[in-house]
Design a protein around this ligand. Sequence first.
Ligand SMILES: [Zn+2]
Length: 388
Amino acid sequence: MRTSSSTTESSVQLLMDILSIPTVNGKDREADLAEFLKDFFISAGIDAYTQKIDEKRSNIIAHVEGQDSLKKVVWNGHIDTVPYGDTDLWNTDPATPVISEGKVFGRGASDMKSGLAAMVYTLCSMKERGIVPSRTIQFIGTCDEESGGAGASKVLEDDLLGSPEYILIGEPTNNNIGIAQKGCMWVKFHVRGAGSHAAYPEQGENAIIRGHEFYNRLAVKLTAHTHPLFSGSTASLTLIEGGTTMNVIPDTCSLVVDIRFIPSLASGEVFRIIDETVLEIERESGGRSSIEYEVLNSRRSLEVPANNPKVELLCNEITRCGRSPELFGINYFTDASVLTEEGSDIPVFLFGPGNQELCHKPNESVDLKQYKLALSVLERLYCSGTVR
Ligand SMILES: [Zn+2]
């Protein structure tokens, strides 16, 4: 099935098969794709099993035993996708992959079923050719990455990760290497003031105005930090609620702020800035305003130094395949921030054939040349990558 003469065709077929199993987060049965991949691994002679999260969601785990079974590396990808959005904006059915002008169109083509397919195909074809990697390669296909990260959390809970030499994540990088990612926090602030007749605003304490002041000050402080791989941290006001009616000074207001912070700013430092700003606003209001907050989501930031030997290795393999990769930072979070805890020294980097610009949009696609280049790089990494 996967002889070298039919490599191109069968690798593209695998991509088409994976794209044909819809796995929209929160809607479809992600477990169906996990089962499909399990069967695909097993038919290639690789040990694989699914790890059930609930009725609709499972992870898929596979092991390719290395010459030195005590050492291992992890290849990870997520099996879910975001929803289709307005299907009228698509030129094709997002659930049915279509090849046109050297590209494959369909939801997940870039994010990240092409990266997933490239990893699965490489592991299976190398195994079938009887090539044993120097280290064990553990493949972890996670569900629910696009939402709460339930799949990655289950991997941690069951202690499946151990101490790998690195984690490679097949997210779309255009075959460049992502060596840093921003952390993310969604924080809901509850601002309390005092109500009054709007004809006598001085008798009240306007919670909306205080909330606005608080947000502005917080955003200035958080975005003041810089990093060579990013344009900076961001703090976006994404939800706001407050007020009772047109002629009453509002006594409560709630704000949700989406904070994306650069790796040099640890989560602890973000909390310190939040606490400091809360205190400032409370003090300036003379004790008439108070602010409490709850953290709705927290994903840590990550960074691997550009001179890390594993990054250099991947760089060399990509260069040998005919392209000079860029090292860059990504603004969004991935399962890496769940799989590795704060303070972990496991290097994590991203490499995949998809294009970030096309993700989460109508007419998502992947260029087949990029997909094939990723296959060649992963093949090299499989053979030589883990030897240092
Ligand atoms: Zn993704």
